[in-house]
Write a protein that binds this ligand. Sequence first.
Ligand code: GLY
Length: 569
Amino acid sequence: MITKKILSWSAALLLLVVAACSVPKTTMGKQKGVLAKHGMVVSAKEEASKIGLAILKKGGNAFDAMIATELALAVAYPNAGNIGGGGFMVYRLANGEKGALDYREKAPGKAHRDMYLDAQGNVIQDKSTLGALAVGVPGTIDGLFEVHKKFGSLPIAELFQPAIDLARNGVVITPLQADFYMGKNLAEIKKANNYKTPFDNGWKAGERFKYEQLAQTLERIRDNGRAEFYEGETAKRIVDYVQELGGILTREDLKNYHSQWRTPVTFNYKNYTISSMPLPSSGGLCIAQILKSVEPYKIGQYPHNGEQYVQLLVEAERRAYADRAYYLGDPDFVKVPTETLLSEKYLKDRMSSFTWEKASKSSEVGHGQIPGYESDETTHYSIVDSKGNAVAVTTTLNTNYGSKVYVKDGGFFLNNQMDDFSIKPGVPNSYGLVGSEKNAIAPGKRMLSSMSPTIVEENGKLRMVIGTPGGSTIITSVLQCMLNVFEYGMTMQESVSKPRFHHQWLPDDVMFEPKGFDPAVIGKLRAKGYLPKEENFVIIGRVDAILVDKDGTLEGGADPRGDDVAEGF
Ligand code: GLY
């Protein structure tokens, strides 16, 4: 069910009230987020945003700040921030050059297609999500060292130190962390481990929680480099513990892991040039397909979040997610018809069955036909430095606290990213996403993702840095927040705060944020065959973004749905 990782309605209402009270600035009737001239970091936790900002203030660039922010999130936000997971970065240098880094996890060498199925070919519940067998080879530390090698300007030890200090001195647990994030996950953390982890007594809001084991792990990596995690004492502790729990990860898997520089998916929407994450994330391709499908329509003239707007986006999303399920997988392993999927003619044909009168049925839409072609809690942060370098980074353990396996004498969680593979064609993963053979498990292969770190340019200048967690809802959250600015002239803060909706082909339902939509609009959509059910009113995503105004002012949009904070100078 797609709601597994999404906040409950009551928590949502509380957060929306908090949000309404905390919008910081009003300029000419527009609610603006934190404003700054020289640099900005927007992330899921105040500690991480402050640490990233301190690096920028001492002269570090956006990439230095990325490394420090990512490590700080691994401490302050352990449900998603990580060193035992992976992620993606899209960057734009001040000179306009763009690129992407894929530090996504890989399937271990002993992984195989049917490893989560029983003798009858049925999916074994929880095997791909909970415990040692759910763990993919982690990419985060390799990714950070790659970034430092290519773009870092400050010594790596200076970038590790703030996170080490944070871990040792402790982090004050917020009400949201104590309640939502730890509350429902505690039983699973106990089940996944064979010793008493520091989380066994849960978290209390306001308590200062210290992570001494993690501080020591980070110190070893600071002193011994990348090899500490992939070949050294930390590697040994990871593999020994995973194998003790019955997992298949080996020292060889860790030693062989390498992140990969890639070329972003870049396309135009009206005056904007959008660059987002390429495969193995579906994010860039799906956002491009959806935005190019709706571009010919007069979107700005439809009332925001009104009947026509929702209908148009849902129908474009339906078709893009159907293609995602059928065609997309790790490009190092499978052939994907990217060019066709993004061609104007193909997208026009795909939308030709759309009518305003009634909803298309997902069962009748299916994937597009391409002649001659043979044949998925996460966190995001956005950074801009004083020179204009920008990074959009989404990093994850997959679901909250990943596999819940907390490395003994290591002090960190390992991912459950294996569940983002299609563990059996047609069987939905944690996000309700289905997949095909293209995204089947194979040794060394990367699982398909929805993470969409994205950078927008307008007239050749940096305009927006954006991304969000939320599994399958990442794609639709990012694109709605972009449209809020492009088509409705919203500020960044207004845009990320606005209620969102989501559709992903299967299940054939539309999700809406609670209380965010006019009941009359919901009624009309229901009458046309869109299926908003009571359980589909849920909180969607936590977008952290930066908008660059015409005079170069940076506006941070920190999502009020979480503890997210923008820090600038
Ligand atoms: N694990 C969520 C994603 O990569 O889409």
